[in-house]
Each structure stands twice: as C-alpha cells, then as structure tokens.
Design a protein around this ligand. Structure first.
Ligand SMILES: Cc1cc2nc3c(=O)[nH]c(=O)nc-3n(C[C@H](O)[C@H](O)[C@H](O)COP(=O)(O)O)c2cc1C
Length: 193
C-alpha cells in the first residue's frame, strides 16, 4: 500500500518559509515512498467562517473541494507559520470551514475524521514557530484527526534552506525525516498494513 499524503503551507505569502518547509516535507515524504499531493491555500480562497453565511449559502465550494481532497488522502502534513505564538488566521479559517462539513451528496461526511496529521513550523526567530504547534495540535484533536507526536520546527528560516530546497542543518533535516517517517507509518497502520 502506498500512503497518500496531502502537504500544504499555512501561508500564501510570496517567499513563505512555510511553503519552503512544505516543499522540503513533500520531497522527504516522496523519498520515503509516499504518494504526495502538494497544494497552496491560495488556490482555495475562503470567506471568514460565518455561521449565518453557512445557513444562507451552505459550505463554500472551496471548503468542499478541500474537504474532499483531505478525505482522499491517508494523511496530511501541515506547515504552520506562527502569529503571536499561535495559529495564523488563514490556517485556522480553513480548518474551521472544513470542520463544519457534515455531509456530501446527502451522505455523512467528516473530512478531518480519522486523518493522520503531522505538523511542521518555521520562523526566522530562534524558536522556529514551535509555540504555535501546541495550539494547532489542540485544534486538530478537536476536529477528530489523529495528531502524531513527532514534529519539525525550523528556526532561522531565512537561512535554513539550500538552493535545492533541502534543509541545511542536519539535525533539522533528521527531525523532518523522523516526522515524515512517523506520518507514513501511522497511515500504513490505518490502512491495515
Ligand atoms: C501578525 C503576525 C504575528 C507574528 N507573530 C510571530 C510570533 O509570535 N513568532 C514568530 O516567530 N514570528 C511571528 N511573526 C513573524 C512570522 O513568523 C513571519 O512573518 C513568517 O515569515 C510567517 O510565515 P511565512 O514565512 O510562512 O509566511 C508574526 C507575523 C505576523 C504577520
């Protein structure tokens, strides 16, 4: 069985460090045998989550597209920027919209339910955005995903990546490889082998 993993950064900023980490994670996951889909949330713009809007016009098309994409993968690797020690609104808004999905074509459908999720963070600061990860972890547990323990934080992100996209620092690269390995292992277990 080849595990299918969805990878995305929680930033649409040009030159985003989390996009660089998503590229490095996608490369590492593929090296370890996963079938990887890497997306950008800029291709799925969403309004701010709003229950009145949901009552009037339902779940936005882009949230349904993301929900179906998430459900079509065994696991997700999310690369999170840190805003004020927590989750940036782009990422939280997307997580929230997908959490509001309850059916597709009149069949029960909870895209986050049972997905394995691995987390990475990046920041140009010393802590590599690690403080946001506990918050993301709590949110992802609440929406029904299985969060894996291993995670990867990239500090000094402006200088952390080689021109070919790989991480310069061996320990950080090893942390990324370990996180990818754990995600793949959990996805294989989920599929029964
Ligand atoms: C509103 C805001 C709050 C931020 N708070 C933090 C923070 O708490 N810790 C940190 O390391 N960087 C913080 N930053 C800087 C971000 O880490 C930096 O902008 C980073 O490049 C964002 O991720 P990206 O490169 O993936 O877009 C903040 C940036 C913004 C816009």
């Amino acid at each position: 069985m080849i595990p299918k993993i969805l990878v995305f950064p929680g930033s649409n900023r040009s030159g985003a460090f989390s996009a660089a980490l998503a590229a490095a994670a996608a490369y590492e996951l593929a090296q370890q045998g996963a079938d990887v889909t890497r997306i950008s949330l800029s291709d799925y713009p969403l309004p701010i989550v709003d229950e009145d809007l949901k009552a009037q016009s339902g779940i936005p098309d882009n949230a349904m597209k993301l929900g179906r994409l998430i459900a079509a993968h065994h696991g997700v690797f999310m690369c999170c920027p840190e805003y004020n020690a927590s989750i940036p609104p782009l990422l939280k808004n997307m997580i929230d919209w997908v959490s509001l999905i309850s059916k597709d074509d009149d069949r029960p459908f909870k895209p986050w339910s049972g997905r394995y999720v691995a987390l990475g963070s990046s920041s140009n600061g010393k802590f590599g955005g690690i403080r946001c990860l506990n918050h993301v972890r709590t949110v992802m547990m609440n929406v029904g995903t299985q969060i894996i323990s291993e995670q990867c934080s990239v500090s000094g992100a402006a200088e952390a990546f080689e021109a070919d996209g790989r991480l310069k620092d061996e320990r950080t690269q090893a942390m990324l490889a370990k996180t990818c390995n754990a995600l793949i292992a959990h996805c294989m277990m989920m599929s029964g082998r």
